[in-house]
Design a protein around this ligand. Structure first.
Ligand code: GAR
Length: 210
């Protein structure tokens, strides 16, 4: 089965859902959970589920993104992941690192991309007066939150919503969407079907209908 490395920075609730989904006939298994924050709560949770963990603190590297990523690559290499899933990983990755994982790195973002790339997505959706919000799973490309969308889920925005209440509603959908998209993505990869951007667009439509 294919091996999935999961990168986190925080509590790791999406990581937990991904790990829990990779059982039985699922074509992938989690091989490592890695955090750039040594104190990330998700590391303890991953260990309690029997998943190996790694921490690569970005702070000692100062601004040297390349050196930080070389260490990421070195640690990940012990586990030979085929696929990386970013799950609340809050470091921007360089073009060089992203190219090394071209077509094999997924991210979940808490907005209906292409809207609200970057941070504070829920506050920005509220400030814009949107009536819906949601989340997107996309292939990672060098431009931030810009890769081909593999699947999206939508939630209503209520008049009394705060960024916090909206985030909680979206998170419920993230937990459903990410395992679903990963499963379909891995199945395609295992079947030797490349996920080129053109294919990914079609795949996104299929995933949304499904
Ligand atoms: C999730 O809402 C995820 O979409 C978001 O961080 C949260 C992580 O929660 N990701 C980003 O904002 C990426 N820029 P989790 O650690 O409980 O999965």
């Amino acid at each position: 089965s294919l091996r999935v490395g999961i990168l986190i920075s925080g509590g790791g609730s999406n990581m937990v859902k991904l790990v829990q989904s990779m059982t039985g006939s699922h074509p992938a298994r989690p091989c490592v959970v890695l955090s750039n924050r040594p104190d990330a709560g998700g590391l303890d949770v991953a260990r309690s589920m029997g998943i190996p963990t790694e921490a690569v603190d970005h702070r000692p590297f100062g601004g040297d993104r390349i050196a930080f990523e070389d260490e990421l690559t070195r640690r990940l290499s012990y586990y030979s992941p085929d696929i990386l899933c970013l799950a609340g990983f809050m470091r921007v990755l360089s073009e060089r690192f992203v190219q090394q994982w071209d077509g094999r790195m997924l991210n979940i973002h808490p907005s209906l991309l292409p809207k609200y790339k970057g941070l504070d997505t829920h506050a920005r959706a509220l400030a814009s007066g949107d009536s819906t919000a949601g989340c997107s799973v996309h292939l990672v490309t060098p431009a931030l939150d810009d890769g081909p969308i593999l699947g999206q889920a939508t939630v209503p925005i209520h008049p009394e919503d705060t960024a916090q209440s909206l985030a909680a509603r979206v998170l419920v959908e993230e937990h459903r969407l990410y395992p679903q998209v990963l499963s379909e993505f891995v199945s395609r990869l295992a079947a030797g079907l490349p996920i080129a951007p053109a294919d990914a667009t079609n795949y996104a439509q299929a995933a949304q209908k499904g």
